[in-house]
Design a protein around this ligand. Structure first.
Ligand code: SF4
Ligand code: SF4
Length: 204
């Protein structure tokens, strides 16, 4: 069997974080694609911009992911990572690429818990990198020498738990209070009218 970097017996904390981050990002990417693809594929006002794409080149952490999971095409100054069939990056996309869901997409989801779950899903990758070194976000760091690995592991665990809760909810249509607590670690849930259809929520 071919031994890959991920299978080395002595995995450094950074290598471990990269592996876990990439695994989570792949799952989040696929879950968001299920929601967005029907809309994005038919969109005439594609919101991807080379200046957003560029963060993958400029962020040391995202650059590491890029090196481990190189895309099939190189960065192009006019289109960034965008191709005819979507983003060429399998992982290492700037977190904002997951965070931004346009009104066209958000407007297709029932308000209340359903919309809240989609919003949390879009924030999972951002959540992982919060306060990765002091108050700085993982992708904003100029270097990766002072990472708070304990906090990164905690955020990864929270994001994975939330992703599981979201997938269960979107598949079943039911969400338990324990799952809402898990989601609340990523984004606070509105205190009032959270499940009332037609009520505008502060996080919309
Ligand atoms: S997120 Fe919205 S604006 Fe951006 S490409 Fe998709 S449908 Fe178009
Ligand atoms: S999703 Fe990909 S192509 Fe679109 S802005 Fe982000 S990195 Fe660029």
């Amino acid at each position: 069997m071919l031994m890959t970097r991920w299978m080395l017996p002595e995995m450094s904390p950074l290598t471990h974080i990269l592996k876990e981050y990439a695994t989570l990002e792949s799952k989040v990417r696929d879950a968001i694609a299920l929601i967005c693809l029907p809309h994005c594929a038919a969109c005439r006002h594609v919101c991807c911009r080379p200046e957003f794409c560029r963060e993958t080149l400029e962020s040391p952490f995202l650059s590491l992911l890029l090196a481990e999971f190189p895309p099939a095409i190189p960065f192009q100054s006019e289109r960034g990572w965008l191709t005819e069939i979507g983003c060429a990056l399998t992982v290492g996309r700037p977190p904002v690429c997951y965070e931004f869901l346009c009104k066209k997409i958000m407007g297709r989801h029932p308000q209340g818990n359903h919309l809240y779950a989609v919003k949390v899903l879009s924030h999972l990758i951002t959540h992982v990198g919060k306060n990765a070194a002091g108050r700085r976000h993982l992708v904003e760091l100029a270097g990766i020498t002072k990472l708070n690995f304990t906090r990164l592991r905690k955020h990864l665990a929270e994001a994975n738990s939330a992703l599981g809760a979201i997938c269960r909810f979107l598949a079943s249509g039911n969400i338990e209070s324990t799952s809402l607590q898990i989601l609340g670690r990523i984004l606070p849930r509105p205190l009032t009218n959270a499940n009332t259809p037609g009520i505008s929520q502060p996080w919309q």
